[in-house]
Design a protein around this ligand. Sequence first.
Ligand code: PGA
Ligand code: ZN
Length: 427
Amino acid sequence: MSTRITSVNGYRIWDSRGRPTLEVVVRLQDGTVGHGIAPAGASRGSHEAIELRDGGSRFGGLGVDQAILKVNGPVRVALIGMDAANQADVDARLLSLDASPTKSVLGGNTTVATSLAVLHASAKAAGLPLWRHLSQGGPVTMPLPEVQIFGGGAHAGRRVDIQDFLVMPVGAQSFDEAMCMCAEIYRHAGLLMQERGSLAGVADEGGWWPAFTSNEDALEALTLAIDRAGYGQGQAVISLDIAASEFGRDGRYRLALEDKVYDTDAWLDVLASWLSRYPIASIEDPVAEDDAAGMAKFTQAFGRKIQIIGDDFLVTNAQRVDQAVAAGSCNAVLVKPNQAGTISEARAAMQAGQRAGWGTVISARSGETEDVAITHLAVGWNAGQLKVGSFARSERMAKWNEALRIERESGGAIPFVGASALPTHRA
Ligand code: PGA
Ligand code: ZN
């Protein structure tokens, strides 16, 4: 068997924040090599797979020596001799080594980097681009991008409370046109900040630094940037990642910038007033991860009008998606492979969303690398949407540029999904 795994090795490399992260290199019988890299979040859900880090003072405790030992120890022993072409088997074997709900034995960084390395190796051995290897001949589309224009929250020193101010170019006819639109909006947003004397570099995911006097001020600026770019008639719309778990707990939401505290109902009223005044088409984590009632209430009120994405609330977990579908909370799922820990589990969470007619958004983390696997997941799994951060910094641009290459090389054979990726645009 040419795709038999013959070696598995873990190494320390560095992510986009200059922090250590894990790279796994898998070698197959036929000489094929696959590399998988773990990304890292800053605003993590409490139920997602944990990162195994060394602790102590070196690298702020973020060393990955322990994770490397797991790869070169139990993971290597378990995977050598397995068929890399059978991703489900490989991922099941990883799970058999760590049955804990948050991968606390091996670490989600260990399992996701290994799972990805095997995936890359098997696609290469098959001589296929990763997206095609993943699609298995099924339907594929170029995803609707969500592009961050202003950073915030944990990605910008909590300068504003809301984490991501993003745009979705729903009026584009191709992925290429979508990127052109996002480039213009990003550029106009930068010019706007310059005019205001508040241009001060970029946040962790490349969005402009959020030097605003209120959270709503950022929304106003984003709306103006869309207008100035010429897309104010609905060609580009706003998506917000509130990441409310970062400032809300036990039904209390505290906006530090405005020094205001809201209970869940009052907070939902704030969001409702934003929805009535700005062209917002999608909101992620509007309430905290422990506020299931708030999530259901918000979805009941606005789920027909806008996309409501669960990130920390669902942590890329198929069971949680099924429960949310039953409870009527959310109408879309964010899919972060390292939240789940393996590619197979991430795919199961996405499919649970697809079965329910939800929106499905493949997402990067705030700590990223040059790895472009998620672009291929979005195309090959026909996810419909892709969120990788802003329109700057090469760990982000590598992923957008990869999508452009896939579109170009398909010679127009892969259609751009456009607004129909949104659950609110389904029949
Ligand atoms: P993280 O956040 O990668 O910093 O955890 C991204 C998000 O909340 O979508
Ligand atoms: Zn999020």
